[in-house]
Design a protein around this ligand. Structure first.
Ligand code: ATP
Length: 220
């Protein structure tokens, strides 16, 4: 099976980070930036790099962007360039287009022109850090909808040695532990008699309120 192929337009902090992680995962990555220094910086760590203006249709055609599985528009400051590049990727037939937005309005425009996924790296990371700072047990979370979340919570010392039946998050708060990540491996769909140990990580699903209440109850 051939590796998935990605084209990244803009090799700033966000674009280069996405590109390098995709390489780690085993994908092929073409990085495009109009700044020669940026291209030199990442020439060794991406599959291919090109110095070019991402808003130039001929350039995008000539590098064959339509053959890529996904295009990532990682241009922030120059909103006009970001929008033009995203439109061109869509028009040239890139199957999936992801674009970074720096403001809500920028994001709305990107959605209107048909970008498949708009991401707000600074805003989203700010929200994550705020939650992590105020919830010491919270490692990470995914919002499934406005109401439902999956959260990773570290097991505090006060729960160490207790079984899930003892802790009883479902009975007490309505949220469920769907996995426990232990040093020896991950336990999927744990049973009531599975025992928690300090520093294990519980993967919990429930409403925001249920998870908040559970977190509050185990705050060490
Ligand atoms: P980051 O936060 O990811 O570092 P940023 O949001 O500040 O980036 P910019 O610095 O504007 O965004 O752009 C990121 C990269 O995109 C830069 O390396 C810049 O040279 C490149 N870039 C901007 N406009 C274009 C364009 N029209 N064509 C190609 N590359 C571009």
């Amino acid at each position: 099976m051939r590796a998935s192929q990605f084209v990244i337009l803009g090799l700033g902090r966000f674009g280069s980070s996405v590109g390098q992680e995709l390489m780690e995962i085993g994908c092929e990555v073409l990085g495009v930036d109009r700044d020669e220094e940026k291209v030199d910086e990442f020439a060794g760590s991406l599959t291919h790099t090109v110095v070019a203006d991402a808003t130039d249709e001929e350039v995008l055609r000539s590098v064959g962007v339509r053959n890529f599985d996904c295009g990532v528009v990682a241009i922030g400051d120059d909103i006009q360039a970001s929008i033009l590049a995203a439109i061109l990727l869509k028009e040239l037939g890139v199957k999936q287009v992801v674009a970074k937005a720096v403001t809500e309005l920028h994001g709305r425009v990107l959605e209107r022109i048909g970008v498949d996924r708009v991401v707000y790296p600074e805003r989203d990371m700010g929200i994550r850090v705020a939650h992590q700072l105020t919830s010491p047990n919270l490692l990470d979370f995914i919002e499934l909808s406005k109401e439902y979340t999956i959260a990773e919570l570290t097991v505090p010392g006060c729960l160490s040695g207790k079984s899930l039946a003892n802790v009883n998050p479902r009975g007490r708060f309505g949220c469920s532990v769907v996995a426990i990540n232990k040093a020896r491996g991950i336990v999927i769909a744990p049973n009531a008699d599975d025992v928690l140990n300090e520093k294990d990580v519980m993967v919990v699903i429930g409403t925001n309120e249920q998870i908040e209440q559970f977190q509050h109850s185990i705050r060490s």
